[in-house]
Ligand binder design. Sequence first.
Ligand code: F6P
Length: 555
Amino acid sequence: MPYKPSAPSPRLDQLPAWRTLLTHRDAIASQHMRDWFSGTGAHARVEQFSLRAAGLYLDYSKNRITETTRTLLAQLARECGLPAKRDAMWAGDAVNVTENRAALHVALRAPQGMTFHDAAGDVSHGVHDTLTRMRAFSERVRDGRWVGATGKRIRHLINVGIGGSDLGPRMVCDALAVYGRRDLSAHFIANIDPTELARTLPSLDPESTLVVVCSKTFTTLETMTNARTIRAWFISHGIPEGELGKHFVAVSTNAEEAMRFGIRRENVFEFGEWVGGRYSLWSSIGLIIMLYLGARHFDALLAGAHAMDEHFRSAPLESNMPVLLGLLGIWYRNFFDAQTLSIAPYTDALQKLPPYLQQLDMESNGKSVQIDGTPVAWQTAPILWGEPGTNGQHAYFQMLHQGTTLVPVDFIAVLNPQYDAPAYLDHHRKLLANCFAQSEALLKGGSMATAEQVAGPLGAQRRFDGNRPSNTLVIDQLSPERLGALIALYEHKVFVQAAIWNINPFDQWGVELGKTLSRAIEPELADPDLLTPDAHDASTTSLIRLAGNALKAKP
Ligand code: F6P
């Protein structure tokens, strides 16, 4: 069942597997997972509900599922045409129906020799040509052949971008900082709020700073405003305007606009329109990753993602990691009314993974209309949130264990620490002990009451019911390759869910209205007299007046 926006979609909640899943849910809802782990079947359950792919290990045995659940969920995926939809994405069909574009991010990490096409033809040559240019440029910067206006080699990198032009590169550079070049620092400026700028620029030497202006459209308000402020910073520090080309490169699909900004044609790294912002870190949007980590590690990141792509494309649905992760999400979101999904990476190196996944999941699947234009009658994207463990344990895990809301959790554990000094081994053991203990507690529940307290009110307040689901993803080490596989896993999981919900995960019209309205408000803030009584609702009008008058007082 490929994407055909004009054809009416069969109602998801009328499909046979959906209806059978409802009955099945009612049959097992009162059962406790604890019981499925008792007796001789316990080990078999772990065998049955775990798998390896692309170097990742997923234990999904601590879920409220039985063999029947898995079979029915896979059946639902078939009834929704998941394999055909996946193949359509691979084939370069215009699966992004509202923008009539392919979504071929898998082409970005495919090895040379593997070809992908969209409606306009082969895209793979362009991908590899750009990678070759990125490698050559990165080498020049890294080995000191590329110098700034005053002949100094580059020591500081700034990525100016927002959303997909920021979150992915920022997350990867942070997660893999241990692989980063010691004599290079990587900085990220995203927000229109100048705090990041004000905190970053004073510590940098403009003569040895290279700015990557990253924007698919090269018109994004935040990015262009920040880029202009940084350009003025260079000039105010004595870099002549004519020499700014040594300090600015651009990544965009809009080379003309980048050149209008003053970036030389040869310093614009392009990518295809078929690369969605939140799926773009593998393209030239990842230039700062290559500059900071080097081409070898960037290639390993791509290779890890490609390994996951191959697994997703070829493994049977019942043993396909992104499919299973996606279906488990459907199970809780649609059959247990779980509103949210918590991501708990047990390493600070992945602290930027939750915000990255927020855009990936919520911008992709935060939709309420199907691809045929009719409203959905089922829940879509969960609210995704999280923090690295063990920090989260001391903040919100209380609610995960004893709150009234069911919150499925994805734990991510790394077996070998990135910093493996003997002194840190003890830390790492404690870290993993906590990670595994949390999922055990969520599963089993228990009591912190003394024998005297058990029967009374204190006992009730000290009791954990358990039966709270989680996945545990285990990675041997947080290397570029494994990180690539992990990101691709979540990308495909989001795609699986979109296929089931019958929505387009590749557009983001929901962010446009606010952007348009802000363009009208900006001049009114500068001059509140421009405000007409019926330009906005009364609340917005009074907020504009309040802020406009406060800003007026500024010199
Ligand atoms: O505002 C949403 C968005 O369009 C994202 O989808 C995108 O990643 C981001 O803005 C940045 O867009 P651009 O790369 O064109 O600057």
